[in-house]
Design a binder for this molecule. Structure first.
Ligand code: G3I
Length: 321
């Protein structure tokens, strides 16, 4: 019983969730998250990001992320690590610095090397590069792109491969599930890294989806298959399915259940899909309402930890398509 156990029984590696130190003092949350049948994998929601781990150049701070890593390890669960080269949640020394090719290369190298070395052998995978694409598949503007061009992507993977050879190295992005031009861009990134002779092991589909606007299980599986055909594994790394408007009806909640089943089912249907991580399992801690006011209730459980139809549907593998 439990989502992780069901995934393992289906031949997958894990069912996981985002979690962070902000969740530590919530005993109801901890009772669920420490249940090894429910969750086998955790992603620190914020504490491994660049602004948290290297707030000033060369000054590394691992207290928060270490606390997450220790809790997970002591409970016999695994860690997906998140994230290294990302335009967002950057400390100002990076985002507002004046860089040359050489100096920014040195900064990226030092950051990735220090953080990955600190967590060496503790991360099943690292999201090495996060959200490098625009919706039309072109490269997103950032300090990295403007200084180094797309070379910052193979550079990041190359440094990562040297820093922790055991971690699976992922490119991670959102809307790859729904936006074919963006998926084309991600295919191009995989080929760019492979073409540079550099290791890339996986593509993470964040899957921040919308109720009633989620592709079918077969469409999702086909998109995952575009990447496994390139020789990389895939995973859903930040799954949630938000309601575009609140309050919700029973029909909305059933639709959400169908959408969750489409996503999880598509992972089951694709051999190279290794697992599913939800971006928090309870609405109590979801990032969604803060970023998209008026929307939400995106998680498998309510704020009060009541299992929604979506939870029951995923657990029951109810065929809804
Ligand atoms: O830590 C400060 C705290 O000191 C301060 O009092 C408080 C006041 O606003 O802010 C706190 O920082 C917040 C941080 O989360 C930690 O809780 C930031 O404001 C807030 O913007 C930040 O949001 C996170 C967001 O990434 C930032 O981009 C969300 O929790 C997190 O769920 C979200 O996760 C991202 C993934 O990393 C990448 N993919 C998209 C996903 C959703 O945006």
């Amino acid at each position: 019983e439990g989502l992780h156990s069901l995934m393992v029984a289906a031949g997958k590696l894990y069912f996981g969730t985002a979690m962070d130190t902000k969740n530590f003092n919530d005993t109801a949350y901890q009772a669920i998250s420490t249940n090894q049948n429910e969750f086998g994998m955790f992603t620190p929601e914020n504490s491994q990001k660049w602004d948290a781990t290297e707030p000033q150049q060369g000054q590394f701070s691992f207290t928060q992320a270490d606390a997450v890593a220790m809790k997970v390890k002591s409970n016999g669960q695994l860690l997906r690590c998140h994230t290294l080269t990302w335009h967002s949640q950057l400390p100002s020394f990076v985002s507002t610095g004046t860089w040359t090719r050489e100096t920014l290369t040195a900064v990226i190298t030092a950051h990735i090397t220090n953080v990955m070395t600190h967590y060496a052998a503790q991360c099943y995978a690292w999201d090495v590069v996060n959200e490098a694409l625009n919706e039309n598949g072109t490269f997103r503007s950032s300090v990295f792109l403007s200084t180094l061009g797309p070379d910052y992507i193979p550079l990041s993977f190359s440094v990562a491969a040297a820093a922790d050879p055991r971690a699976k190295l992922y490119y991670n992005d959102f809307n790859l599930e729904t936006t074919p031009a963006k998926a084309d861009g991600a295919v191009a990134i995989v080929k760019l890294v492979q073409g540079a002779g550099v290791k890339i092991d996986g593509v993470g589909f964040q899957a921040h989806l919308n109720v009633g606007q989620t592709p079918s299980r077969a469409q999702l599986a086909a998109t995952l298959g575009r990447f496994t055909a390139l020789g990389v594994e895939v995973a859903y790394t930040e799954l949630d399915v938000k309601h575009p408007k609140l309050p919700t009806s029973e029909a909305d909640r059933e639709q959400q259940a169908a959408d969750y089943v489409a996503a999880v089912g598509s992972c089951l249907d694709v051999e190279g899909c290794v697992g599913v991580t939800v971006w928090q399992f309870t609405d109590r801690y979801s990032w969604v309402p803060g970023t998209f006011p008026g929307t939400g209730e995106a998680c498998l459980m309510t704020e009060d930890y009541v299992k929604k139809p979506a939870y029951e549907a995923v657990e029951g593998w109810r065929e809804q398509q």
